[in-house]
Ligand binder design. Structure first.
Ligand code: PMP
Length: 290
């Protein structure tokens, strides 16, 4: 297994960074999680664009272009001979002690890890997830904007996942500080009500998921009405169907929230239809590695 660090492909055991790395010391960095299916990288350009936007927001100037980053991902997959993979790009500001960015010595650290990852067993995709609402809220955009996929912000998501795990739930649903439904610890939420599809708006304080955008587009192509709408838990408890989307989890039905059965308690027909379309798209689309 080879890992890309700052332009070099090195064996996993030798892939090391400085103990002064600002990503390690302060969570001062940004990242992306991407998937490759059957030798094609799904939505690679969208992920790279989001990474560069996150970095731009944090005044981290990447030393390589988006085209070079794209090539680096492809080279790493090739070096590892991976056709199906989870790709993790991590960028940190650089190295230096003390939080003052003036003391950070660049260039930013760039790491690309490629590995296999299956988040849930197949049975969960067939039967659906049971989810609980957790007490951890998404940070408001006035503090740490959740649209930036930043390293430091994820301590919040890890705490939320801890809570979900404590209750044996498949995922934890987080609310905004005002109590509106936001997102799960690593996924966006959709509900189906009276044949229409609803998802919280990006402005509520969520990561604008690339899988989310893909599913919105897919659903509209299939003739469904899709609307971004503020929701409370009542809307989710009383939905006909619900599902979560994310690069790692892909698209997974959600059949229970806080002990309330959603719809029939089984993955619904619209969810199943979209899941099929999504799988087909992942097989057909993407940037070829070879
Ligand atoms: N929300 C959060 C908090 C996430 O970490 C992720 C995973 N990146 C998502 C939503 C889903 O985003 P995407 O579809 O781009 O993977």
């Amino acid at each position: 297994m080879k890992v890309y660090i700052n332009g070099q492909l090195v064996p996993k055991e030798e892939a090391k960074i400085s103990v002064f790395d600002h990503g390690l010391l302060y969570g001062d960095g940004v990242f992306e999680g991407i998937r490759a299916y059957n030798g094609r990288v799904f939505k690679l350009d969208e992920h790279i664009q989001r990474l560069y936007r996150s970095a731009h927001t944090f005044l981290i100037e990447l030393p390589i272009s988006q085209a070079e980053m794209r090539e680096a991902v492809i080279q790493t997959l090739r070096a590892n001979n991976l056709r199906d993979a989870y790709i993790r790009i991590t960028v940190s500001r650089g190295t230096g002690l003390g939080l003052d960015p003036r003391n950070v010595v660049g260039p930013p650290t760039i790491i690309i890890i490629t590995d296999s990852l299956s988040l849930y067993p197949e049975s969960m995709y067939e039967n659906g997830l049971e989810v609980i609402t957790v007490s951890v809220r998404v940070p408001p955009a006035q503090a740490i904007d959740p649209r930036v996929k930043s390293l430091g912000k994820y301590i919040n998501n890890i705490m939320a996942k801890f809570l979900a795990n404590q209750y044996g739930a498949g995922e934890g649903l987080m609310l905004t500080v005002d109590g509106y439904v936001a997102e799960a610890t690593g996924d966006n939420l959709f509900i189906v009500s009276d044949g229409a599809i609803y998802t919280p708006p990006a402005s509520v304080g969520i990561l604008e998921g690339i899988t989310r955008n893909t599913v919105i587009e897919l659903a509209r192509q299939q003739g469904y009405k899709v609307e971004e709408r503020m929701m409370t838990l009542y809307d989710v408890y009383n939905a006909d169907e619900a599902f979560l989307t994310g690069t790692a989890a892909e698209m997974i039905p959600m059949v229970k929230l806080d002990g309330r059965t959603i719809g029939t308690g089984k993955p619904g027909p619209i969810t199943k239809h979209l899941l099929e379309c999504f799988h087909q798209l992942t097989r057909e689309e993407g940037v070829p590695v070879w």
